[in-house]
Design a binder for this molecule. Structure first.
Ligand SMILES: C[S@@+](CC[C@H](N)C(=O)[O-])C[C@H]1O[C@@H](n2cnc3c(N)ncnc32)[C@H](O)[C@@H]1O
Ligand SMILES: O=S(=O)(c1ccc2c(c1)CN[C@@H](CF)C2)N1CCSCC1
Length: 284
């Protein structure tokens, strides 16, 4: 590499590090309880409306985990935040589940749920009951599902998707990698730009074994969201075509893309999301 190219690369690296550092600063004010209230309680989280996002999301995950091609021992949830909905179907398929997040406040929120009912900021019972219904079980089986999830969560780990190795080497992940990754509303919400989003997709690919699956849920058309009172966090605005291009460019085989368009009533001022995507992809 000649001197000019070397200087340009060093400048690009400095710009990249500044962008990531700015995102880290944004997340210092993240408030798990407020985030859960904004997104996972009524009016946004409504199980009764047929066109509600929550049944749609839980349905996508249920189908993806149960249609027969996803399996193995280890499931990793990348950027769990303070939420659990994303592993309510997967916990029946995998015996080892790792929850992960960048912030200790979120890892603490998840640990509180693991301690038992009544310790966490959100009552996940409606979500557990809905997934039981999807599985053809009686809603009262939610206590069994909660116990199953508590039994398979192996650890709650720190993660940084901007690192080539997002998990600490001591994280007890199998050498070959996880059998399945799930990640919801994370990569586009923690990346300063599209190039960073694409790099992060590549970094988490390294957590997955060849033949393993990636289940990705994310925001479409979103440029910001509120991570707490007065905590405005920038988001990389994505459209369907970009999501497909980024998944493929990062070395995954795209199995399917499903898209949900938010009804007007769901626009409640905590973000400017216009839709939600669900991707099922496979690492060749
Ligand atoms: C919008 S929240 C998504 C939470 C949850 N998965 C959901 O579905 O609502 C984004 C999450 O990414 C986490 N995060 C922030 N920076 C990160 C990074 N560099 N690597 C991985 N996760 C990060 C935040 O702490 C936050 O929990
Ligand atoms: O599942 S959602 O589509 C959802 C859930 C979480 C988020 C967003 C959207 C958009 N902003 C994200 C910021 F990263 C977080 N949903 C919004 C409607 S009601 C229930 C929650």
């Amino acid at each position: 590499m000649d001197r000019e190219a070397k200087n340009e690369k060093e400048e690009n690296d400095r710009e990249r590090e500044k962008g990531v550092a700015a995102m880290v600063a944004c997340y210092q004010g993240f408030d798990p309880a407020a985030y859960l209230q904004y997104n996972y309680m009524p009016p946004r989280a409504d199980f009764d409306r047929q066109d509600s996002i929550v049944p749609w999301k839980l349905g996508c995950l249920h189908r993806a985990f149960t249609e027969g091609d996803v399996g193995g021992d280890v499931l990793v949830d990348v950027g769990s935040g303070p939420t659990l909905y994303q592993v309510l179907s997967g916990c029946e398929v995998f015996d080892t589940v790792f929850l992960t997040d960048f912030l200790e406040v979120n890892r603490q929120e998840l640990r509180r749920w693991l301690q038992g009912e009544g310790y966490s900021s959100l009552d996940w019972t409606p979500y557990l009951q809905h997934v039981c219904k999807l599985e053809g079980r009686r809603p009262s089986a939610w206590t069994e599902k909660a116990a199953r999830l508590r039994s398979v969560v192996s650890d709650i780990l720190p993660i940084d998707v901007h690192l080539p190795r997002p998990l600490h080497p001591d994280s007890q992940l199998p050498t070959a990698g996880a059998d399945c990754l799930v990640s919801c509303f994370c990569l586009e919400s923690v990346s300063p730009d599209l190039a960073s989003f694409n790099r992060a997709l590549g970094h988490i690919r390294g957590l997955l074994r060849p033949g393993g699956h990636l289940l990705l849920i994310g925001a479409l058309g979103e440029s910001y969201y509120m991570g707490g009172p007065g905590v405005r966090i920038p988001v990389v605005p994505l459209d369907e075509a970009q999501v497909c291009a980024s998944v493929r460019a990062s070395g995954y085989t795209l199995v399917r893309l499903e898209v949900y368009t938010l009804p007007q009533g769901m626009m409640v001022g905590v973000d400017d999301v216009t839709g939600v995507f669900f991707v099922k992809a496979r690492k060749p």
